[in-house]
Design a protein around this ligand. Structure first.
Ligand code: GSH
Length: 210
């Protein structure tokens, strides 16, 4: 049985949660309480020394410790429905957009939140090592996030889905990023009509409510 290490309040494990549901993968879930620092405790460190969620223990016994590995594994092990593209060009579009959304969207939100929230003092980056906050990175994160919304809106003006015509993992990553922007009190504004159209369509998929 596959074991999924999850946390209900965090965006990164939400990506895995949605992917598991979209592919209908049977699994058991173990909740890790990031607010109380359970990810840094000995028990979870023995599961994932990187002290982050998501982690996925697969049937072969290995523990996969980030969304890149988890997504690659699940697509290969449970190919239907394909969520990483099917043609060479589709696969390239999905990989390219997924990277942009991680870097320009999720990283911008993380920069903005982790460098300013008092609860994140010395936790500016996830993982076993402590890093001090740099408040200027908070401001930069907000500026980057604003540009990300503009870029995503322009993309969705041209395409039904983030990576083109079909629903893919890039849509999952983008929904998680757009929704999580609430933690820095940012959401796509009224002028982002294309994001609004796409987000409403995504809400029709039950897995995206997870
Ligand atoms: N690249 C990783 C990022 C994982 C990550 O940053 N997870 C956060 C939750 S969203 C975490 O575990 N944080 C623990 C902490 O802040 O100590 C992935 O997507 O799998």
């Amino acid at each position: 049985m596959i074991t999924f290490y999850d946390c209900a309040t965090a965006p990164s494990p939400r990506r895995t949660r949605i992917l598991l549901a979209e592919k209908g993968v049977p699994h058991e879930t173990v909740m890790v309480d990031l607010r109380s620092g359970e990810q840094l405790g000995e028990a979870y460190r023995a599961v994932n020394p990187e002290c982050t969620v998501p982690a996925l223990r697969v049937e072969e016994g290995a523990v996969l410790t980030n969304n890149a590995a988890i997504t690659a594994y699940l697509e290969a092990r449970f190919p239907e429905p394909p969520l990483l593209g099917t043609t060479p060009l589709e696969k390239a579009e999905v990989a390219g957009w997924n990277w942009r959304i991680e870097f320009e969207g999720l990283m911008a939100i993380a920069e903005a939140m982790r460098n300013t929230a008092s609860a994140m003092k010395d936790r500016a980056l996830p993982g076993p090592a402590n890093y001090a906050q740099i408040p200027e990175l908070g401001q930069r994160g907000l500026a980057r996030l604003k540009r990300f919304f503009e870029a995503l809106d322009a993309r969705l003006a041209a395409c039904e889905h983030v990576a083109g015509a079909r629903f893919t993992v890039a849509d999952i990553t983008a929904v998680v990023a757009v929704d999580f922007a609430r933690v820095v009190r940012m959401k796509p504004a009224d002028e982002h009509a294309h994001i609004a159209r796409w987000r409403a369509a995504m809400a029709e998929r039950p897995a995206l409510a997870l």
